[in-house]
Write a new protein. Structure first.
Length: 175
């Protein structure tokens, strides 16, 4: 298959959920796995290669817009980007609130912004994001803590909708 005809599925955050989505949509396509941890990315790549998938990797910290742009450029250079799966994120038990905002909110915005320009050239386009558990969980008596972040996300969501017009956006919610 020529480079122009090759379909690329970008999976950012190839943990359990990222790998499950990659297995579902990656058949007959090339997977480009990206994560902050190079070791985790390579381990996921080996598992997927063992199952017959064609896989490439690139270490990427999605909280750094330059690294996200480099990932988008790599993906575009590999072929037609048809799917972008953004499954990367950190939880309150893993990181500070600043890191959570940089990765889960800004990182997702950087991914959508960078890939909206790249994926728009493909015939079948789809962006899939993971709805992080920490942003959804109802905490009795603590609604005042979650209401502010929810309100803060709304303007960002409007910007994402405007910038990704024409893309099929899909959120995967897990419990």
């Amino acid at each position: 298959m020529s480079e122009q005809n090759k379909e690329i599925v970008v999976v950012i955050g190839p943990g359990s959920i990222g790998q499950a989505i990659a297995r579902r949509v990656g058949s007959g396509r090339t997977l480009l796995l990206a994560a902050h941890s190079e070791e985790a990315t390579k381990a996921a790549a080996e598992q997927l290669r063992g199952d017959g998938f064609e896989v490439a990797t690139q270490a990427t910290d999605i909280s750094d817009p330059a690294q996200v742009e480099a990932l988008a450029a790599t993906a575009a250079g590999m072929g037609a980007v048809t799917h972008v799966i953004q499954a990367a994120g950190v939880s309150p038990t893993q990181a500070s609130i600043e890191r959570i905002l940089h990765v889960d909110l800004l990182g997702t915005a950087y991914v959508l912004d960078a890939f909206a320009r790249v994926i728009a050239r493909a015939d079948r386009r789809r962006c899939v994001g993971q709805a992080r558990r920490a942003r959804q969980r109802h905490q009795p008596g603590r609604d005042h803590h979650s209401a502010g972040p929810r309100r803060a996300v709304r303007p960002a969501a409007r910007v994402v909708r405007a910038r990704t017009r024409g893309l099929r956006r899909q959120a995967v919610r897990h419990l």
